[in-house]
Design a protein around this ligand. Structure first.
Ligand code: HEM
Length: 502
């Protein structure tokens, strides 16, 4: 392919088809920054046999996001999702009307009044998961001993730090493992309801989910799932657990899943096909939330200022609450969660540092894109137009010391959410975009922020937590760049024990 007059510079590398795939895949942010420096705000890259036009000027993001006539989101995202999850082809005209209705359920059931109900359910599930763990420690001291044996290998002090009564003993576990098991189970129960064998399915699902998710970058890059049998088995095992027959036996299913089940029944999909759409929903609800919860707690525990500010905010919200019931169960209204601006700033800062999603659209026809500067770029039909928010998130002009965690970066002088960020003296509309924007903006973003806040509240309230490794901190794992929030490159040992509240 040759660059035509009016088209952006073409970065095609030396090898046909492969183009600049390897440069991009090994260090996407570095590659894009370098291309931006060489070619300016818009350039087209040959990646994996396709052409991606990157628009890197943040002031032009709204132009791209608003181009829904020329730029299609559904074709690309449903195409990838079908390949990875193996569900029906919802781009097929026979489904177009009914799929529009299914899509509209996201808004109806994840936002607005539904948020309160989801939040209550999540809060209750979080505490149930932790209570049950507590009980299992009391009834089964082996659990404690197993964890202690593991922990003593890496920290002999653990045994010395024990207090009487197993529920107040110090335990040790990786922070990522701690976060994953609590958030996965609670999030799973909140959307898919409780099984009669209580938590049996969610345990199995977590193991399979992690195996499937680990391979997600390969699947998204086009590797057929059949070539990785363990991953294919994991996806099918998840689908087995989410067959309608199984789901009908569960209690307290969320409106989202209940109404999706009804819709898919009306669409006459086969039973496995229906279950695979639920696997897709499970992935959307967990794949970003788990690492986002990890980083939020990790950065909080690493920064004494952040920890103090977070505990002060939690104490002040909970002090108005009668926690005199025996289990000390916490309840938080939507308004209370929204009022927790310190926790919100911590989560947003963690997302700024760890999210690396990419927004991709496909050109429906040849058209001319006009950037904020007035510069134009001719785009060919079938080409992809891409935005890479991490270029903004780590821009030192917008965020001084961009790789540093500052818990109050998103707080203004009154302790409210800060929304004024500038580049070249101009205020930015898009300064933090971990949830995407425009037609494809994540419909679960409000729930995601709430559930991570709830996780922070519950864990910081219940436990003393310490990171017990002062070694090299983990980086966000760039191998998943483009897919969302990056998990840590390795897990960090955590020590925790139950706190006593008087
Ligand atoms: C920190 C957590 C989360 C992050 C960072 C996140 C981020 C994103 C991003 C970047 C997209 C794609 C946007 C695009 O392509 O432009 C997306 C889509 C989506 N997310 Fe989230 N998400 C999170 C949590 C959730 C949760 C908890 C749910 C549901 C309970 C959810 C449901 C969805 C769905 C259904 C879509 C597809 C929307 C569509 O097809 O239009 N997400 N999310």
């Amino acid at each position: 392919r040759r660059r035509r007059p009016g088209e952006p510079p073409l970065v095609s590398g030396w090898i046909p088809i492969i183009g600049v795939t390897l440069d991009y895949a090994t260090k996407p942010l570095g590659f894009l920054r370098e291309a931006q420096r060489k070619y300016g705000d818009v350039f087209t890259c040959a990646i994996a046999g396709k052409y991606f036009t990157f628009v890197t000027d943040p002031f032009s993001f709204p132009t791209v996001v608003r181009q829904s006539r020329n730029l299609d989101f559904k074709k690309f995202s449903l195409g990838v999702s079908r390949r990875v999850f193996g569900h029906a082809n919802f781009n097929d005209p026979q489904f177009s009307e009914s799929y529009r209705e299914v899509h509209s359920l996201f808004r109806q059931t994840l936002q607005g009044p539904s948020l309160q109900e989801l939040g209550e359910s999540m809060m209750s599930n979080l505490q149930t998961v932790l209570d049950r763990e507590n009980e299992s420690m009391l009834c089964n001291p082996q659990t404690v001993l197993d964890r202690e044996n593991e922990s003593m290998l890496c920290n002999p002090q653990t045994a010395l730090g024990r207090e009487n009564g197993s529920e107040h003993r110090w335990l040790e576990e990786g922070l990522q493992s701690f976060t994953n098991r609590i958030m996965f189970e609670a999030g799973f129960l909140t959307l898919f309801g409780r099984d009669p064998g209580f938590l049996k399915a969610s345990r199995t699902c977590m193991r399979e989910f992690l195996a499937f998710d680990h391979a997600f970058p390969f699947l998204a890059a086009g590797v057929p799932i059949g070539l990785i049998p363990r991953v294919w088995r994991a996806r099918e095992a998840l689908a087995e657990e989410l067959m309608h027959e199984e789901l009908h036996q569960r209690e307290c299913i969320s409106d989202l899943i209940r109404r999706r089940m009804e819709a898919f029944d009306h669409m006459h999909l086969d039973e496995t096909g229906k279950a695979r759409t639920h696997v897709c929903m499970l992935w959307a609800s967990q794949a970003n939330t788990l690492p986002a919860a990890f980083w939020s707690l990790y950065y909080t525990l690493r920064s004494a200022d952040a920890l103090t500010a977070a505990r002060t905010e939690i104490n002040s919200v909970l002090s108005g609450q009668a926690l005199n019931n025996q289990d000390q169960r916490i309840e938080l209204s939507r308004e209370q969660l929204d009022s927790m601006t310190v926790l919100e700033s911590i989560i947003e800062e963690a997302l700024r540092l760890s999210s690396a999603s990419m927004m991709i659209r496909v050109a429906n026809e040849d058209f001319t894109l006009t950037l904020d500067s007035g510069q134009t770029a001719d785009i060919r039909r079938g080409d992809h137009v891409a935005l890479y928010p991490q270029l903004i998130h780590l821009d030192p002009e917008i965020y001084p010391d961009p790789t540093e965690f500052r818990f109050d970066r998103f707080l203004d002088e009154n302790g409210q959410r800060k929304t004024h960020f500038f580049r070249n003296g101009r205020r930015l509309k898009h300064f933090l975009i971990p949830f995407g924007s425009g037609v494809s903006e994540c419909p679960g973003r409000f729930f995601a922020l709430h559930e991570i806040k709830q996780f922070l509240v519950v864990t910081l309230w219940r436990y003393d937590l310490h990171l017990c490794d002062a070694g090299v901190p983990p980086d966000p794992d760039a191998r998943r760049a483009g897919l969302g929030v990056l998990p840590p490159t390795w897990d960090v040992p955590l020590r925790y024990r139950r706190r006593t509240h008087t």
